[in-house]
Design a protein around this ligand. Structure first.
Ligand code: MRU
Length: 345
């Protein structure tokens, strides 16, 4: 079943509102850049490749809604919108990567008229979207080398059709395995505090008839100890030049558990997630979000005293040495990663 997280329709960006899932399937339409940025900030659209595509369309909305008389005005407006959208979420590099691509169209087409440049910007955003779909297919195929019939896979957060504009990153591997007739079981960690695993991964795997079982995040070690997990598959929001990979908070704990129990740990991500400018994961900016997401968002009453201090980092970094392989849309990488990342990206 095809799930469309982000689309461009009749001059607007249409998003499947992921904050409403799984209770309601609601599509929201963004007609200006402010709505686009807010949708990214509050996670109506989320997942590294999907927010890249949404930001690219957001930039197009921003210039389309403005009376722009000459190239200097367009260039200035693009710079302002770039910063505005880039600040919506700091960790997933796909967002800045996609914005740079659309901005480069402006820089390279100085001699075109304004209407023509705006059209080229939209073409570029659509191209990014189409390329991300193709990347998902490629990752799905390359990951098959690591998936056998009857495997039980543990996954984290949501890395599927909702997190991308195609089949997914880590979950694309599961979908392709199923298409190939492999009998796969998935354990989905609920993924506190925003519950992307419980709300989104279980929803989309169910829709696609994948055998999925939901567990609380703190049950993963027990399952590994019992020998119930054959491999872990996760995505990434930013991969540094040495292979250190940022992903949803809790990914590091899973990687440590997997190493302790000798369970292979795979990261699946497209080239838009690789940030060669950062030598290691310690330089990846980690998004800090409101404490209310921890204590209030999904509860009828706050679960902690109002005065309690809450720390809510949204991502952590899995050190490269704990990653068995990184499956990208170009090739599969094995530790040590630095030389290969330099060569391939
Ligand atoms: O905060 P989110 O829901 O945007 O976080 C998403 C993840 O951490 C995903 O695992 C990640 O983007 C990689 S898979 C597309």
């Amino acid at each position: 079943m095809k799930i469309q997280s982000v689309a461009w329709k009749k001059g607007k960006m249409v998003l499947l509102d992921q904050t409403k899932l799984p209770a309601k399937v609601v599509y929201v339409s963004c007609s200006d850049v402010r709505q686009a940025r807010e949708a990214i900030r509050v996670l109506k659209v989320r997942g590294a490749p999907a927010i890249g595509v949404a930001a690219a369309f957001g930039l197009v909305l921003g210039v389309n809604n403005k009376k722009i008389r000459n190239y200097a005005q367009l260039k200035k407006k693009t710079d302002i919108l770039f910063k505005y959208l880039a600040s919506a979420r700091p960790t997933a590099v796909n967002l800045v990567w996609a914005l740079k691509r659309v901005k480069n169209v402006v820089l390279k087409n100085k001699h075109e008229n304004i209407a023509a440049i705006k059209k080229l910007m939209l073409d570029e955003a659509k191209l990014i979207s189409n390329e991300e779909i193709a990347s998902c297919r490629k990752m799905a195929d390359l990951a098959q080398g690591f998936i056998k019939d009857k495997d039980t896979i543990l996954t984290y957060c949501n890395t599927g059709q909702l997190a991308t504009v195609g089949l997914g990153t880590a979950l694309s591997a599961v979908y392709r395995a199923k298409q190939l007739g492999k009998r796969i079981k998935v354990y989905a960690c609920e993924t506190r505090p925003l519950l992307q695993g419980a709300r989104l991964t279980c929803w989309e795997l169910k829709k696609n008839k994948v055998d999925v079982t939901l567990i609380c995040d703190n049950m993963a070690g027990y399952l590994m100890q019992q020998g119930k997990i054959d491999k872990v598959f996760i995505g990434a929001d930013r991969i540094a030049a040495n292979g250190d990979s940022a992903n949803k908070i809790g990914s590091y704990s899973l990687a440590v558990l997997a190493r302790q129990h000798r369970v292979p740990f795979y990261v699946v991500a497209p080239h838009s997630t690789v940030d060669k400018r950062l030598p290691s994961g310690s330089r990846i900016p980690i998004e800090q979000r409101s404490g209310k997401e921890v204590s209030e968002l999904f509860f009828k009453k706050p679960i902690a005293l109002a005065q309690v201090k809450i720390y809510n980092p949204a991502f952590d970094v899995v050190p490269a040495r704990l990653i068995t392989a990184i499956v990208t849309d170009r090739t599969v990488l094995r530790f040590p990663y630095a030389q290969k990342i330099k060569r391939v990206f």
